[in-house]
Design a protein around this ligand. Structure first.
Ligand SMILES: [Zn+2]
Length: 233
């Protein structure tokens, strides 16, 4: 008798799943499992810059308006050949991080699935000029792009750089910058594997006193999700 009830329950659940679409459920379950796994595995990073940051990660209205006007492309493109590839993120602004001393997370981590270094292209979110390229203990192989609005867009933990990207290179929104990876968390250049593959995105501006100040990129990234380029990879 007990067995029968259990079986009926199972059938009901299966029917329900079918009604709302098995694919949706499975994708969501995958993403959830992935985020949980990522959170456990990843002692991710951030950057490097020892700037200030407001408690809530907001910036003056004029700065936020500038960012909104210059952000054009989500930094991870959609794979047309592998629609199951996924880029997921949550608001991890100021989450505790410990590499390089206790600190808050100055940015957002876009977790990538499959978490394979060198697989996901990273695109510039804005027009600008490459200001920094190279290794940082926290950020690994990173790129910093300075926009016309004076914002510093920081991409960290790259696997590799696009061949034509150097300091001083002028980029457009959508320009291929390099591949996402898991480099960083070490003073030894080239170290990988200390956390799951992801793209760390940071945004900084200079406040009135000239202090480099970190902004929470989360809301901006959410609004950019509709502007995901399609690429073959
Ligand atoms: Zn990060």
């Amino acid at each position: 008798m007990k067995k029968k009830i259990w079986l009926m329950y199972l059938l009901l659940v299966l029917a329900a799943l079918d009604v709302i679409g098995m694919d949706t459920v499975r994708l969501r379950a995958d993403a959830n499992a992935f985020m949980t796994e990522a959170k456990e595995d990843v002692e991710h990073t951030q950057d490097v810059k020892a700037g200030g940051s407001s408690a809530d990660g907001s910036a003056p209205e004029a700065i936020e308006a500038a960012i909104r006007s210059e952000l054009k492309v989500f930094p991870i493109p959609l794979s047309v050949t592998h629609p199951d590839y996924r880029a997921v993120f949550e608001n991890s602004w100021m989450s505790p991080r410990s590499f390089g001393g206790e600190r808050g997370h100055e940015g957002v981590d876009i977790m990538l699935y499959p978490a394979q270094r060198g697989l996901f292209p990273v695109l510039s979110m804005t027009d600008g000029v490459v200001e920094k390229k190279g290794w940082l203990p926290k950020g690994g192989y990173r790129l910093g792009v300075r926009s016309a609005g004076g914002i510093y867009y920081y991409y960290a933990h790259l696997y590799d750089y696009a061949p034509d990207i150097e300091e001083g290179t002028v980029v457009k929104a959508g320009t291929f910058l390099g591949f996402a990876g898991d480099s960083g968390y070490s003073n030894i250049e080239g170290t990988v594997g200390n956390f799951a593959v992801h793209l760390h995105v940071g945004m900084y501006y200079d406040d009135d006193e000239g202090t480099e100040t970190s902004i929470n990129p989360y809301d901006f990234l959410v609004s950019l999700e509709n502007n995901q380029k399609e690429m073959e990879y």
